[in-house]
Design a protein around this ligand. Structure first.
Ligand SMILES: Nc1ncnc2c1ncn2[C@@H]1O[C@H](COP(=O)(O)OP(=O)(O)OP(=O)(O)O)[C@@H](O)[C@H]1O
Length: 224
């Protein structure tokens, strides 16, 4: 469960999010809106990467400003640009990183890493050098590195920008297969079919909040 209590966020001089009150018990939550409307900032609040200037964000009851570390263990975050989150030179080391940090046994780590890679079109990629992969392959490595730890909440910030149709489909399948809560920020409105709730941001406030068809219609009207 995600809760925002009168949350405002300033970045530099700008008021980027303006007094948001939201309770999100749904498991499939989409986030859309114009460039610069505050979507990524909202997403970053959910794992404590950013903390509110005013108000409170709670994830499963944990205040992100107070219990950031506990929040980050529960929230997997996939950035738009995979280079922001891949830290190790090889695919296998990078995907194993989150499991090592959780003290998972060595044998189990290897099995989970190879199963997760295979599920994401990267079978046998363990020893490949990350910097020699294509942009889309790196995006899938970043996704695998988050999914391997089975986070309670998965936040995806425009994850399909670099991806071809097959890998976009894999992302949709990963979202559909996940029993966890998923928050997906996207400009690709087709990805949101089947979502329970979609939020549309406009100038740091919510311009619409409801089922996909309604929110998307409002977004189209705003852009017209
Ligand atoms: N570090 C920062 N310092 C100052 N302003 C920032 C900073 N980061 C973002 N902003 C501003 O905050 C506003 C919201 O940015 P944000 O990245 O949340 O938008 P977005 O809806 O995700 O946009 P896009 O669709 O282009 O990714 C923008 O006006 C942006 O210029």
């Amino acid at each position: 469960m995600i809760e925002l209590e009168t949350v405002s966020l300033r970045r530099g001089e700008a008021l980027v999010l303006d007094r948001l009150d939201l309770t999100l018990p749904e498991r499939r939550i989409g986030v859309i809106g114009a460039n610069g409307s505050g979507k990524s900032s909202f997403a970053r609040l959910l794992n404590g990467l950013l903390v509110p200037t005013e108000g409170r964000v709670r994830i499963a009851g944990l205040d992100t400003a107070v219990e950031g570390k506990a929040v980050r263990r529960r929230v997997g975050f996939v950035f738009q640009n995979p280079d922001n989150q891949i830290v190790y030179p090889t695919v296998g080391e990078d995907v194993a990183f989150g499991l090592k940090a959780r003290n998972v046994a060595k044998g189990e780590i290897a099995a989970r890493v190879s199963a997760t890679l295979a599920r994401h079109g990267l079978a046998g990629f363990e020893d490949r050098l990350v910097h020699e992969l294509s942009g889309g392959e790196r995006q899938m490595v970043a996704l695998a590195g988050v999914l391997v730890s089975e986070p309670d909440l998965l936040v995806l910030d425009e994850p399909t920008t670099l991806l071809d149709l097959r890998n976009t489909r894999r992302i949709i399948e990963a979202v559909e297969a996940s029993e966890r809560t998923v928050v997906l920020v996207t400009h690709d409105l087709d990805l949101l079919a089947g979502f329970e709730r979609v939020l549309c941001f406009e100038g740091g406030r919510l311009a619409a909040d409801g089922p996909p068809a309604e929110t998307i219609a409002r977004y189209r009207a705003l852009a017209a």
